[in-house]
Design a protein around this ligand. Structure first.
Ligand SMILES: [Zn+2]
Length: 168
């Protein structure tokens, strides 16, 4: 795998998670492919395949082509990876991601968070916790202070990595 491809997969993972990566790999192997074929190949539900393809499409990573089925006369949509993916584009996207991560880091560092302990409930910022008198807005259980240093460390690490990559 060359660095361009690694960059691409890394980017796709940020945009579309593991399923996005599976889809891109399926596209790379088969060229023009329909949503149904991708779904069959990856085991990802058709709706999710479609949603992720549009997301990738919005970032110009894939392109679609419409043709007519010779037998049925119906239109077929096929997807493929955008072949002329250039480094400049990836750099641009990384810059944007870097900016978002920095904003997020700032937010994490400047806010105190609370959590009820249930994995299905989101964490709550201090300002919001005051409003509910420190009860979880989702389940109503009491909120406890949450140590977000792991999130901060994770963000710092990601930012460092991106900055390092952008230097090259
Ligand atoms: Zn809760």
């Amino acid at each position: 795998m060359n660095s361009n491809e690694e960059n691409l997969l890394e980017l796709v993972e940020i945009l579309g998670g593991e399923e996005g990566v599976k889809i891109v790999k399926a596209l790379r192997e088969s060229g023009d492919t329909t949503v149904e074929e991708i779904s069959a190949k990856t085991g990802i539900q058709i709706n999710n395949v479609r949603r992720l393809l549009y997301k990738l499409y919005n970032h110009s990573l894939v392109t679609s082509r419409r043709s007519r089925d010779k037998d049925t006369g119906w239109f077929i949509f096929q997807w493929r990876l955008q072949p002329e993916l250039v480094d400049a584009y990836i750099q641009g996207v990384k810059q944007k991601i870097l900016k978002k991560l920095k904003t997020r880091l700032e937010y994490e560092q400047q806010h105190e968070f609370y959590h009820c302990g249930s994995s299905s409930c989101p964490k709550v910022a201090f300002e919001e916790a005051i409003e509910t008198v420190f009860k979880c807005p989702s389940c109503g259980r009491p909120l406890n202070p949450l140590d977000n240093s792991a999130s901060i460390d994770f963000l710092k690490k990601k930012i460092e990595e991106l900055e390092e990559e952008l230097k090259v």
